[in-house]
Design a protein around this ligand. Structure first.
Ligand code: SF4
Length: 365
């Protein structure tokens, strides 16, 4: 079916699209089609649930977030419970979601809320924005969804949907393009701002998706200027990303009496305070392996495990070698059995290596 032909924008000219009442059309669609998500179950919405779900959803797929959210709420049912938890416990609950700064900021923010706001999320925008890890998007989501305020919540989905609906040609990742979208959001925000923000999220997640929008299922098809102009796949304009830095990582699997040697990363920087197998990074695999041998005064044996881990700005090509260690470098090191290290916050790809090593240790004991 030719949807372009079939859609009749009711004689609206290109310039008039998407027209004034598209927000009502979107809300009506949302009322019929909203996704069932664990953090949407409370009525009225619980601000703590909105906050945690929104932080978890940054950089992580909704399906992946669901079990984490449920387990988090079992573990830390209130802001008060979260504030009094140990950082290691918080990081452990976050393990697997990546971008651990988010978990640390949540923890710091919970402590601040406990101290200053009696364990509640403030309703005032400036106060919310002053909390660690809460930016304009999350503040808008909390204020609109949990407190019924008329606030927009502009994330990547919203930028994309607006850029297409209004055929914005500017690069939306640049300041000027973003400003254009922000003023469009301000102009069009309806009274049901919380539902509207979630409707945009659902539309952006399920229909107006990044590469190939599913326009044939879109409630706004007849109102969309990009669709009308046949530009839905061209917009929004994207700035080519900088190439990620690639690094070779040599890791040591050192096992003694059923326990493996692990290292706690420094408290600042990437993957701060997380645990890992002893590891050296270098520009070449050979150099990384030699440096690891020097650090542990041992010979790297067979490579037992290989993995390519992609972070936002870098890629690790990881190789793990069976090793003996006759020297333990300075820093926080310890010997842990699989039962023990399962309770530690393991740094991203090291959790994957740990699962592999656990099987090895089991098979050999
Ligand atoms: S018609 Fe297509 S491009 Fe336009 S908002 Fe809907 S899905 Fe997005």
């Amino acid at each position: 079916m030719n949807f372009r032909k079939w859609s009749d924008p009711l004689a609206m000219t290109k310039e008039e699209l998407p027209g004034k009442n598209w927000t009502a059309i979107l809300l009506a669609w949302f009322d019929r089609n909203k996704r069932d998500l664990p953090w949407r179950e409370d009525k009225p919405r619980n601000p703590y649930h909105v906050w945690i779900s929104e932080i978890m959803l940054q950089q992580t797929r909704t399906e992946a977030v669901k079990p984490y959210f449920v387990s988090w709420m079992e573990h830390f049912p209130t802001i008060h419970d979260l504030a009094k938890a140990d950082e290691a416990d918080v990081l452990h609950q976050w393990q697997g979601l990546g971008y651990y700064t988010r978990a640390r900021n949540i923890h710091r923010a919970a402590r601040e809320m406990e101290e200053k706001y009696g364990g509640h999320l403030p309703e005032n925008k400036e106060e919310i924005l002053s909390l660690p890890g809460i930016g304009g998007y999350t503040a808008g989501a909390i204020l609109s969804m949990a407190y019924g305020k008329k606030e927009g919540a502009i994330d990547g989905n919203v930028l994309r949907v607006y850029a297409r609906l209004y055929a914005v040609e500017e690069d939306i990742l640049k300041r000027r393009g973003r400003k254009t979208i922000e003023s469009l959001v301000k102009e069009t925000l309806p009274n049901r701002a919380g539902d509207f923000n979630e409707a945009l999220m659902d539309l952006g997640a399920e229909i107006c998706i990044p590469r190939s929008p599913r326009c044939e299922s879109c409630p706004l098809l007849s109102r969309c200027r990009a669709f009308h102009e046949g530009k839905e796949k061209e917009l929004p304009k994207r700035t080519p990303k900088k190439p990620q830095k690639e690094e070779e990582a040599a890791c040591a699997i050192v096992v003694r009496e059923g326990k493996v040697l692990l290292h706690k990363r420094p408290s600042k920087g990437m993957l701060a305070s997380m645990w890992e197998f002893p590891m050296v990074l270098s520009g070449s695999a050979e150099k990384a392996r030699t440096a690891l041998e020097t650090a542990l005064s041992g010979k790297a044996g067979e490579c037992l495990w290989q993995y390519r881990h992609v972070f936002t700005h870098r890629i690790w090509h990881m190789k793990a070698y069976r090793m003996e260690a006759s020297h333990i470098p300075e820093g926080e090191y310890g010997w842990y059995s699989p039962e023990e290290y399962r309770e530690l916050p393991l740094a991203g790809p090291h959790a994957r290596l740990a699962a592999f090593v656990e099987q090895l240790v089991r098979q050999r004991s």
